[in-house]
Design a protein around this ligand. Sequence first.
Ligand code: SF4
Ligand code: MG
Length: 333
Amino acid sequence: VTNLKRVFDVSAPLLNRLLEGKGRSIVRAVDGVNFSIRAGETFSLVGESGCGKSTVARLIVGLYEPSDGSINFEGVEIGSGADRAKHPDIQGRMQMIFQDPYASLNPRWRVGDIVAEPLRFRRLLTNRAEIDKRVGELLAQVGLSPLDARKYPHEFSGGQRQRISIARALAGEPEFLVCDEPTSALDVSVQAQILNLMKDLQRKLGLTYLFISHNLAVVYHVSDKVGVMYLGRLVEWADTKTLFDRPLHPYTRMLLDAIPDLDMTGRARTPVAGEVPSPLNPPPGCSFHPRCPLANDRCKREVPKALPVEGGAVACHAVEENRLPPWKAQAAA
Ligand code: SF4
Ligand code: MG
């Protein structure tokens, strides 16, 4: 993903609310987002609600078209709808799993038909008996019974419904799954079961994940790399361990300060201070400056560029100007 931009985002609920009664204002939902995901790894995007994570997910699977920038899948450009149309095979190799299993399953369809839909749509199988057999295998693969194919979504719990969504996604034989807050609607104990299932499937099937979450504790456990978004920009990304051991961006540090101890440093918990400003009217310069304890005059004028650092990249003037205080864990060591 290179220099990804989407200027107007009609689906983000936060933006929608802001835009009500204001006509079609131009909102840069996402701007200058750059990252790459290796086959077989899990790359997570984190940030507070409204930071553009879901927009990036939808751009990648082609639900939205970027106004500028590039999305590249194994060397093939699929950024624009026209590019994507030239490669229908690639579209089939990626699937999306949504946050709300209640809303994403058709209540009038039997589970068997829901799971079979990608098989039929991609014409992977056409024979009824073969489809039934494959649906049974897919349900077993996600920890459900092949007999569940005859039931309707309302007969299942939230966690089971997310298992059905995963089975449906796997039916299309994807290599790359974009998972937008796949466990946020679930109870904590059920979350862990679904995350474990996703890890197992990744190992068995060699899947690659883009994982969207606002929950850093979850991200810590599932990711190989983590990208942190703020007001539509990717402000830092790094290997998971690097990011949690030595966060550089002040926003990343603020998020880490707010989560309960991840058996690393015994640090106390500080709630996230302030609120995300309106994306309609983002602050000039570094859009984090009104909340940043390290902001200076340059921060108020100039958007920081992403600098490569060991294990990742960070967009912050304080890092470039070498005036970033050590992280608490480093200071204590
Ligand atoms: Fe803070 Fe400036 Fe860095 Fe933005 S660029 S995060 S305002 S120090
Ligand atoms: Mg979202």
